[in-house]
Design a protein. Structure first.
Length: 193
């Protein structure tokens, strides 16, 4: 079993193409390619992908058709655009059944590390000065807020040795190192900013 992470897929969200300068001419091509990229790495049905929010911008019945195509086990850490969560209706109910868990915040242990998962960046997450605790987030895309967060992280290093604690990684699909593909923790730690 392999564990992967990604945020801000925004299936069906036409405006996200311009907002993120995503390299697609239309949302249909975007969605088709994101499904392909997901399935190119998630081969084993026991692989688990943590989606850190903002997965869909389509009606529930259309989102259901997309989630059925995504291989492996899925956990959703909800974001501000995950409107299907908590709503009644047959399609919403069916859509929710494709996730092993839906929650706002989750802590997991992986590869001798504690991983804090949230759609939103948490600058003062529990364990932020330990090199064994990592926070993965999305939401802020590659915007000025991302630049502010990177500055905060750099300035928040321990002054006595300059160590790079406060390990936070934006796993938004649009981040160049993510390349619209769910990534393993090792990959994120090696390539993330």
């Amino acid at each position: 079993m392999t564990v992967r992470f990604i945020s801000d897929l925004h299936f069906g969200h036409t405006n996200i193409l311009a907002f993120d300068k995503r390299p697609y001419t239309n949302i249909e091509d975007h969605d088709k390619d994101l499904i392909h990229r997901w399935n190119s790495v998630v081969k084993n049905p026991n692989d688990i992908t943590y989606v850190l929010g903002d997965i869909f911008w389509r009606p529930a019945e259309e989102s259901l058709e997309i989630v059925k195509q995504l291989r492996g086990r899925k956990v959703l850490i909800t974001g501000n655009h995950d409107k299907f969560v908590g709503k009644n209706g047959v399609h919403n109910g069916l859509l929710r059944t494709h996730f092993e868990e839906i929650t706002e915040l989750k802590t997991i242990n992986l590869e001798k590390k504690k991983i804090i998962l949230c759609h939103y960046p948490i600058p003062q997450f529990n364990g932020h000065f330990k090199d064994t605790t990592i926070h993965l987030y999305g939401h802020i895309h590659a915007t000025f807020e991302y630049d502010l967060m990177r500055k905060w992280i750099a300035e928040g290093r321990l002054p006595e040795n300059g160590s790079a604690h406060n390990l936070m990684y934006n796993v938004g699909a649009m981040m160049p190192y993510m390349d619209y593909t769910p990534r393993t923790l090792d990959y994120i730690l090696e390539n993330g900013e």
